[in-house]
Design a protein around this ligand. Sequence first.
Ligand code: IMP
Length: 416
Amino acid sequence: MIVGAQWGDEGKGKIVDLLAQESDLVCRYQGGPNAGHTIVVAGETYKIRQIPSGIVAGKPSAIGAGCVVDPSVLIGELDELEARGHRTEGLVFVSGNAHLVMPWHVALDGARERRLGRLQIGTTRRGIGPAYADKATRIGIRVQDLLDPKILRQKLELAVAEKNVWLQRVYELEPFDLEEIVATSLEHAARLRPYVADTSLLVHRALRSGQRVLFEGAQGTLLDLDHGTYPFVTSSSPIAAGAAVSFGIGPNRIDEVLGVAKAYVTRVGEGPFPSEIEGPASERVRELGREFGTVTGRERRCGWLDLVALRFAVRVNGMTSLALTKLDVLSPFDELPVCVRYRLPDGTETDEFPAHQSDFHNARPVFETLPGWGEEIGDDLPAAAQEYVRFVERQLDVRVTLVGTGAARERVLALA
Ligand code: IMP
């Protein structure tokens, strides 16, 4: 399985695309249209939010129960893929247990963020938090509800009545019209019906017959609802264990966990970020790495590689190897600071990620500076780039098996 080792946007889409070539089934296990995977194949760019990126490689692709699905986004992607010559029926599978992101979730996400003002989380405003909240409160609408028009209407009636009170009385927004919502949902139901599947059984059967199953995480470890930098997190479980929960398989079925980290760090949205770069170098990394959000277009905040946070990601995911992406972005820099420890407010230093937010909020980075390589990366890593990679391996005690050296699919070096 492939998991984001930082705050998302690590370049997982490209690694999934690469490994999907040798997989029989690709599974997305959490999140929804807040994710944005960019894949470049034969000069064509695909930006996918709901469907596992494996679909671009023509692989069977499943969306697990732990995901939230915005039906209009999913249908838009199915339509676009088909228009670009990709088959989807019989290849895309959606768990009937996944929850739907409804228009009121999107409205409430935006309204809450506006109300929070300075204290906002900086969400993607795609309705993710409110949809997962309804799931946990047990008033959500699931993909399988689309299959029965009577149940669908009942659930929509209850939901619209309740959400309209919130929207009107608390946030002073326009209410939703029940009949319009029912009509749209019935259209969505008709389009999505052929894709609804028992994704737990699908994975079980694939594994039983010796097939290779690839799980792809969205977002990243530090955005995990339980283990990330709460409250500046997403509302699902991007860490590796989330895959077993989402697909209803035993955790012992996952035998390899490949973490994906950039050779530096980015973060979108608010929240503490100890290794954040100050000054013009930040702008330079952003431009070189084209660090603007796939979903929101927002500028990403940029930082030097943070090995304290990565060490934590290795631990909570049970990472067995690491892919280091976008190493080429660092090529123009003469010196490369790497954060190896945090200095805490009491003056002590630690190389373990602080368990409590107050320590993390006030942590200062302790950098070690490595030499740059002063040349573009071709088919081999320059000696100083190799040293950068070896330094990361020594610090984390995990093998770096893949290195990303450019946007296109083929710009990945496998390390011996
Ligand atoms: P939400 O997932 O839209 O609720 O946003 C919660 C936090 O997760 C915010 O800081 C977002 O910027 C961040 N986030 C959500 N999805 C992604 C992603 O795909 N990449 C990077 N950050 C993300």
